[in-house]
Design a protein around this ligand. Structure first.
Ligand code: ZN
Length: 385
């Protein structure tokens, strides 16, 4: 393969276990040597991803982080050591990678990834591995990848559950096709607040590294168009087929996104919930719903999310009527019954409630905060996404 760097005798020894794999071989290894992968974040997910990608011989690793190693990171961020506490994560990561594989060039981007710098930073890489732990960065990485036509290897974790996918608008759906709206910030507990078992990011970050290598090698079937869900407590993987949302603002038929936006504003746009749970006139709280169900009140629960979301979790007894099919279903609803509309975080359900009201349904309220609030406040065993 012309144009790819040759392998040195030292590299032939180092990568011997790759070279005998037909799916890698010398040409694949040279491809990895020529490859440039960007890791957004070198924390829980970025640690295993960086270690495995460096060990595998990816020629250039770009690292984005602006954090300092804290003692509480070491329980899961295996890239860093006790001696690194107080040191910048990038300095610590670069030293560890140099020790693991001196053949890897590390490019440090010691900054927070923002709308101002993301395109310039991502542009120079073949594959982006998103190891971030917050929604603004996830949407930012997704949108920048869509705009640049690059694959976004996604992973996220929460307590004992993780998920992974590859969002690549040229081949399949993007993150916004899956999650059109960010969850309300008050419902987003960080790892700091929620806790995480240390092995979990090790598993999900390793899956991300595997997907990045497959993308670089052009081998196997990647997670494009699939969302992998992992439940560590059940030690079970599930998989959901993802489709491009034709109305996706980033990658749909008529995309409206032509540049990066203010992602902090986008993800925080919804006003924070007041401490006392006082719903808007057309909303009810999860506690009110729980009370209603406990009293066996006759409530018709309409879940207006998509089938795959319903499959992940739903409030027992609810009926699936995706928002897109509500118009055709509205006429079949009994106008005298009492309805509660439910979605992931309470936005689509409010839309649905307003629509049903306009169609002559007298008593309809939207579940404030959606199944997410239900999982957080009422049923901690419920799967979240
Ligand atoms: Zn999309």
């Amino acid at each position: 393969m012309p144009g790819l760097p040759a392998l040195t005798p030292e590299e032939l020894r180092r990568y011997a276990r790759h070279l005998i794999l037909p799916q890698v071989g010398p040409d694949g290894q040279r491809r990895l040597k020529a490859a440039r992968v960007l890791l957004v974040g070198v924390g829980g997910l970025g640690s295993p991803a960086a270690l495995y990608l460096a060990a595998a011989g990816v020629g250039t690793l770009g690292l984005v982080d602006h954090d300092v190693v804290d003692a509480s990171n070491l329980q899961r961020q295996v890239l860093h050591g006790t001696k690194d506490v107080g040191r910048s994560k990038l300095a610590s990561a670069a030293a560890r990678i140099a020790d693991l594989n001196p053949g890897v060039a590390v490019e440090r981007h010691e900054a927070r990834l923002t709308s101002a710098n993301a395109l310039a930073v991502l542009e120079g890489y073949d594959v982006v591995v998103d190891g971030s732990d917050n929604f603004p960065t996830r949407y930012l990485v997704n949108d920048a990848c869509v705009l640049l036509g690059k694959p976004d290897v996604y992973g996220s974790i929460f307590r004992f559950e993780g998920q992974a996918s590859v969002f690549w608008a040229q081949r399949g759906p993007c993150y916004r096709c899956l999650y059109r709206d960010p969850p309300p910030p008050e419902l987003v507990p960080s790892c700091e607040d929620a806790g995480v078992l240390g092995v979990l990011p090790g598993i999900i970050g390793s899956i991300q590294a595997m997907e990045a290598l497959k993308l670089l090698l052009g081998a196997g079937e990647t997670l494009v168009g699939r969302l992998l869900l992992f439940d560590a407590m059940k030690m079970a993987f599930r998989e959901l087929a993802l489709e491009r949302d034709p109305a996706c603002p980033a990658c749909g038929a008529h995309p409206t996104l032509d540049g990066l936006i203010d992602y902090d504003a986008f993800c925080g746009a919804r006003p924070a919930a007041p401490a006392r749970e006082e719903p808007a006139p057309m909303e009810l709280t999860v506690h009110e719903l729980k009370e209603g169900l406990d009293q066996a009140r006759k409530l018709v629960l309409l879940d207006v999310r998509e089938q795959w979301e319903f499959d992940v979790c739903h409030v027992a007894g609810s009926r699936l009527v995706p928002l897109g099919s509500l118009v055709e279903n509205a006429a079949t609803l009994d106008a005298d019954a009492e309805y509660v509309t439910i979605c992931h975080t309470g936005r689509r359900s409010l839309q649905a409630a307003l629509f049903l009201k306009s169609q002559g349904i007298e008593t309809v309220r939207s579940l404030r905060g959606g199944v997410e609030a239900w999982a957080v406040n009422v049923d901690p065993t419920m799967a979240r996404y």
